[in-house]
Design a protein around this ligand. Structure first.
Ligand SMILES: *Cc1c(COP(=O)(O)O)cnc(C)c1O
Length: 358
């Protein structure tokens, strides 16, 4: 029998979320962000299921993987290309690198390419990670506009730093800075990640770049996916390996972090940090056993975790367990474990088998 610890990926939920993107930004085209193996959901099946006008990945390797899997849509490489060899590969595969640094322009200037490359010049409007400063932008844009190696016109983008916080004034400032610097330059314009798309209609422009919302995870702190009309795509499942009864005061698991408050049943679930469940999850983190919440009790170990089954003493070995999914938002687990849903879905390990359903 195969292991019960599996991730179920609901492709119809993925398409539903893309439809919500389209309804929210009806005048924009969609660059679906599928970096980091589609946020841990599996890039090849996810890209095949998503009818987006383009895809975006972080690295050249990710773009090559997607092309080799048969994706024939435009693919934007968010970190861009850093030397002639990478640029030549990008041109051959018709990838679209982001240009965020003058060194990348110098590399373009000194390479001859099999065909011109479509590029995205990235303006830093306040994220202060990648992107060129507003004062350098016109000169760098002119250099790209003069190059035969570059498909004209040059496209322009920026990225939001704080759009996950709806009342943060920086996003509006970033939109204004983009307008002031880029103005009516020809080429395609793109600003919005998921939070920008949902929270700032003024950021929609020619292309939106949703990532997290496609996977049915809310980009806003404290807002559940259902409130936004999103359907979670991943359900992480396991089963009870055992139900044991312990006396009051019994210490459970490594370090004895949890002590039984009374004579009580403890369920052992066949998933642990070796599968990507967060080891830092504290006692009380919810787990669904037979669809009902049971609190984590004791330290998460590599292959197992333990839950307090006082709420359902009838639970038995073999009963189904859900760690996160449509009925238990991953962000809720992330909140307990001191991280964000993005990280939890990204870091499932290879030991977890994936099933794709439609
Ligand atoms: C990751 C990323 C996105 C998508 O962000 P979400 O918050 O997941 O929607 C968009 N643009 C850039 C440049 C990114 O790096």
């Amino acid at each position: 029998m195969t292991r019960a610890t599996r991730a179920l990926i609901d492709l119809s939920a993925l398409r539903h979320n893309l439809q919500l993107v389209r309804e929210t930004a009806p005048a924009s085209r969609v660059m679906a962000v599928v970096k980091a193996n589609a946020y841990g959901h599996g890039v090849v099946p996810v890209a095949a299921a998503l009818d987006a006008e383009a895809f975006a990945v972080a690295t050249l390797d990710e773009a090559v993987q997607l092309r080799e899997a048969g994706c024939d849509r435009p693919i934007v490489v968010l970190q861009g290309c850093h030397d002639g060899e990478a640029l030549t590969l990008a041109a051959r595969l018709q990838l679209q690198p982001v240009v965020h640094h003058p060194g990348q322009i110098a590399a373009l200037e000194s390479v001859s390419l099999p065909r011109p490359l479509a590029v995205w010049l990235k303006l830093d409007t306040g994220m202060h990670r990648l992107g060129v400063a507003a004062e350098d932008f016109p000169g760098l844009h002119r250099r790209l506009a003069a190059l035969a190696q570059v498909q004209q016109p040059v496209n322009v983008m920026t990225h939001f730093a704080n759009a996950d916080t709806r009342d943060d004034p920086l996003t509006e400032i970033q939109i204004q800075r983009f307008k002031a610097t880029v103005g009516r330059l020809p080429g395609q314009h793109s600003l919005a990640n998921s939070a920008g798309l949902l929270g700032w209609p003024a950021s929609h422009a020619d292309w939106v770049r949703p990532g997290i919302m496609l996977y049915g995870i809310s980009p806003f702190h404290g807002v559940a996916p259902a409130e936004l009309g999103l359907r979670p795509v991943m359900e992480l499942r396991s089963r009870l390996l055992a139900v044991n009864h312990y006396r009051r005061g019994t210490a459970i698991g490594y370090g004895g972090r949890y002590r039984c408050e009374e004579d009580m049943p403890i369920g052992v679930v066949g998933i642990g940090y070796g599968d990507g469940y967060p080891r830092h999850a504290p006692d009380g983190t919810p787990v669904l056993v037979n669809g009902r919440r049971a609190p984590l009790a004791g330290r998460v170990s590599m292959d197992m975790l333990t839950v307090d089954l006082r709420g359902q003493p009838e639970a038995r070995a073999g009963d189904p367990v859900v760690l996160w999914g449509p009925d238990l938002p991953v962000d809720e687990i992330a909140g307990h474990a001191g991280t964000i849903g993005y990280e939890l879905v990204c870091r499932l390990t290879r030991r977890v088998a994936f099933d794709y359903v439609d």
